[in-house]
Ligand binder design. Sequence first.
Ligand code: ARG
Length: 734
Amino acid sequence: MKNAIKGFVLPYPIARSLRLGVIMAAMLLFACREAPQPPPTLAPDSTGESGGASDDATGAGSGGTTALAEDAWKIVQQRGRLIVGTSADYPPFAFYTEDFELDGYDIALAGLLGERLGVDVEFKDMAFDGLGGALLVGQIDAAIAAISITDQRREQVDFSTIYFAGEGAALAAAGSGIVINELADLAPYRVAVQEGTVHETWLQEEAVDTGLLPPDNLLVYVAADKAVADLRAGLVDVVVADKLPLEFAARDESLAIVGQGLNRQRFAVALARGSTLLSPVNEALFDLQSEGELARLAEQFLDLDTTEVQPLPEPEATPEASESVRSSNVCIDAMTLIAHLAFDDDGMRSPPPVSPGTPFQKTWRIQNNGTCTWTTGYVLTPVGGNVPQAGMGGAATPIREPVAPGETYDITVNLVSPLVAGVYQGFWSMRSPAGLLFGDRLWVGITVPAQPTPTPPATATVSPSIDFRADRTAIRAGECVIFSWNAGNASDAFFYAQGQQPDLNRVAVAGSQTECPPVTTTYELRVVMGNGTTETRTIRIDVQPSPAAPFFESFSVTPSHQIAVGQCVDVRWRISGDVTTIRVTRNETTLWNGAPLSGTSRDCPPAGEAAYSIVATGPGGDSRALQNVTVLSATPGSGTPTATPAGPLPIINNLAVNPNRIFAGTCLTVSWSVSGSVNRVQLRRDGVLVLDFAVFSGNVTDCLTNEGNYVYRLDATNAQGNAVFQQVSATVVR
Ligand code: ARG
């Protein structure tokens, strides 16, 4: 079976030309490199060590691309440390233990390599897609992440000798009856695959491009472990990846391998092209193999006994860069974590405490150590965590001002701590406008302490005749709570929020009241007894702020404006943030309800106007993207209708009302900011246009006299007519 593999530096289906561009950029870098030096001998007696993901952010080399021009092995020796990039979403090769330590075959292998080379090892956990770029700019010395050798990748990086030989496989729910013997067997299923891997490229080229698999059946995931989680949740039918990680996922027997031997894989250590580390790394690998260390690792982590480990074939020659690709100036994306500026968790050794349901802001200082300037199309996006709640309501957060190569930037994300006690670690990654994930994987770690169980008032002073209750004690902002009380034969009662004056809030001794606190609030019932003594009962209502609405990272319909009957369009999207459902529609017809975060849907509309829309709904509100296509009826005459390409989408950075709960007769402020390709900004209140061609970033004051709920909606449209919108609501009470 042909095994054409791209990806790794750039994921499919991000423009092929762009991928070529990065390859070209790599060649440009290598073109100014000195000839490789013979490797110096190993440092005699220092010992290596492997540790958790490093949070000290000293990059490999002296920063940026300069490292490539130098002797990498010499630099590593001088530094006394080998900086290894990995992607810890792939047990048993690389993953986090429950104690947030990196572990796995690749991690142990790197430790052994460090030992043999006489240097320490520092790990940088990155998105798989970003490893190639990190090597290109010298941010890491080596990448070890179950990386398969491919010819395309060889044009960008050097590979060591092979350290493991395996195969691709398919995983499905146990008892599903699915059997995959050949690619065509995948056709009826929703197939999940990891972005930038050989498996993605293979399925795209061999199954989708050949027509075996409908494009909307290929679902591309950023993280391998998320694809498996969605298989467990029944959102996809099959996951295609390397066999051992899939077998690892199937250990609980709810999932099963349903196809194997799909495509052969040989894993190797990746190095920058021409790196002088190649010989010492190969020597160390040779020793590790001949001394049986690799077999021991396989036994320990891969559950393979030594006889099962496949013999390692000889490495092949490295092809030379072709002359034609040496003369481009396409840039490379890379990012290094400099420091955790807020909520530092000391490498997950001490995740700071945050009370349940509390909003907080995490800030990292990061450096652009690639060669592209970051524009507002670059976002920091959540990519998973130790548990699903570790996303903490965070949404993709754009870079707000240009960051030139070499510059540092402080980026802040808005989060809300989960309501349940525990330790949470959420991961974030940079994403370029082209969709490439790159750079160090950032994380935020917190501890949500167990809340003391509400102590009933001391029995001695409690009069059993007072009953004070709330129908619930934890809500999201905007929701309401019903309090009710009965103070028996008390003479007076007051109900109020802590901080308010009891006297102004006299109530009947038996009654109820609805409250919609926008933030966590403690309510009190003060009861005055017949004998003049008072008693106070409290109930605390925990309010989780509403997270932001889902965020469209991309949306396109191609062809975007006009087609003839019988022709089809591809709707593509990528959405991030806190999303519950995604619905794709054409006019009133639902094309896909419960669609994945990123996907493609092909539709062949009847004549007339076809309005394609995607509505992403989440606890923070709705976001919608729209595109109209005119479908010309039969016999369009000669020539095919022109397809205007969809332009880059506007980005709504934020839309907020403040406060979101006011008294009738008072005012609130609606503020917004949009960036990217924006042509027109419109603000509507309850469907009525209140501002047209508004400024890209601004605010208006709105004074409301009638009680009720008001919905503010911001539409941002680009020059091609592609629109995105977000909405927020506010409540006016008496
Ligand atoms: N072996 C496959 C590849 O090289 C997948 C590797 C994915 N690795 C990971 N750490 N997620 O494309």
